[in-house]
Design a protein around this ligand. Structure first.
Ligand SMILES: NC(=O)c1ccc[n+]([C@@H]2O[C@H](COP(=O)([O-])OP(=O)(O)OC[C@H]3O[C@@H](n4cnc5c(N)ncnc54)[C@H](OP(=O)(O)O)[C@@H]3O)[C@@H](O)[C@H]2O)c1
Length: 353
């Protein structure tokens, strides 16, 4: 069984390793990965592996080396669990490896939960596995878009739910990322709106963000001082400390809320950096789902999220070129491109095994 080990302290150092397959004990099932997506989000899982706990999902037994989680689809190839039949295909959270052994338990709505002891304390959303039909194109779009656009839509919903914190300008950091562009697109959907959308991005991705047609204004990171001084919210997917500092300094009291969502610029992340004005708040997506469950009852938000990401998937050909590549060696190369920030935002990388 092959897997990609990532150095937990130097996350741009990787190696492919062959190990004997894990035993498939009583109550367990062996899942063989068929495909998974790779985006900056997976690099963030590595960069925040200790702080948020992503290294805990798939322990390696090798000191200092971790397995980075990915979203993808796998087929059950061996099962000692009554509830889960061989041949079932499951979408969910997997390691960058050829196989995963889980302890499945029926988890409602036809899905399964991995109840393995080491995952018990980890957020439930990552432990769920959903049966899916055999359809390669759908597998790729789901793995690429569902986890990211679900967050974009939750951010949009949370902003509306909070009356934009009184802002008239929403500034999206790392607007070329799928999570960032998704938020810009959801913000641009209402026919009438009384706020403007500003996308912040790097020089090399500026034309891409402009081409999305969702932002009223696109600024590069070195032009933050051109931000209009009006009540604003900063929703940051970049985590870039210098940029955050410049946004806070430029807007001062006009900045009504600063939301920390991602660290696509993981090597420029400076958590302790001094900032003017409001203190950034970590956006915790499950909290907004829980809030809406209280407001609307169970399952309603989940349906809205599914409708939202499928809506954007319909016109995705305009901004997303799905790039399937075969094998873990290709996965390693793509992961390293993403970690170095050299990947093209238009490309949707999918690894098939
Ligand atoms: N908190 C949550 O629940 C949650 C959920 C989903 C995603 N996120 C986070 O949102 C961020 C975006 O993820 P994604 O998968 O949507 O990204 P993606 O589509 O792969 O976006 C890639 C973009 O990120 C920037 N970037 C990536 N790596 C970089 C590097 N090494 N140096 C400089 N810029 C780099 C570039 O955008 P620019 O040039 O525009 O900066 C690039 O176009 C990640 O940090 C992810 O973890 C958080």
């Amino acid at each position: 069984m092959q897997r990609i080990l990532v150095n937990q302290r130097e996350i741009a150092q990787t190696r492919i390793e062959t190990v004997p397959p894990a035993a498939c004990g009583p109550g367990e099932a062996r899942l063989r990965l068929q495909s998974f997506a790779l985006t900056a989000n997976n690099v963030t899982y590595a960069a925040s592996g200790f702080a948020i706990g992503y290294w805990k999902f798939f322990p390696t037994g090798v000191d200092g080396q971790g397995l980075v989680p990915v979203w993808g689809t796998a087929e059950v190839v061996e099962s000692n669990a009554d509830a889960l039949a061989v041949g079932t295909r499951l979408y969910g959270f997997y390691p960058m490896a050829e196989e995963l052994v889980i302890t499945p338990q029926a988890g409602g709505q036809g899905g399964f939960v991995d109840v393995a002891e080491h995952r018990a304390e980890l957020p439930a959303v990552y432990n769920r596995y959903t049966p899916v039909e055999s359809d390669t194109q759908s597998d790729h779009m789901r793995a690429l878009l569902q986890p990211l656009l679900a967050t974009s839509y939750l951010l949009f919903d949370w902003l509306m739910d909070n009356d934009l914190f009184g802002a008239r300008q929403i500034i999206v950091g790392s607007a070329s990322s799928k999570t960032g562009l998704g938020l810009c697109k959801y913000l641009a959907e209402p026919q009438e709106r009384d706020y403007s959308i500003v996308g912040l991005t790097s020089q090399r991705n500026r034309a891409f963000v402009e081409g999305l047609g969702a932002c009223d204004r696109v600024l590069t990171y070195d032009a933050v001082d051109q931000l209009p001084r009006e009540p604003s919210v900063y929703v940051d997917m970049s985590g870039n400390g210098q940029v955050k500092q410049a946004v806070h300094a430029t807007l001062g009291d006009h900045l009504k809320h600063s939301s920390a969502v991602g660290i696509s610029h993981w090597d420029q992340f400076q958590p302790g950096i001094a900032l003017e004005g409001v203190k950034p708040q970590f956006f915790f997506a499950p909290a907004q789902i829980a809030k809406r469950r209280e407001d609307w009852g169970p399952g309603v938000m989940e349906k809205k999220i599914t409708a939202a990401w499928k809506r954007l998937a319909e016109d995705a050909a305009a901004w997303l070129e799905v790039k399937p590549q075969a094998g873990l060696a290709a996965a390693e190369a793509v992961y390293l491109d993403l970690a170095r920030g050299t990947a093209d935002p238009r490309h949707g990388h999918v690894i098939t095994l």
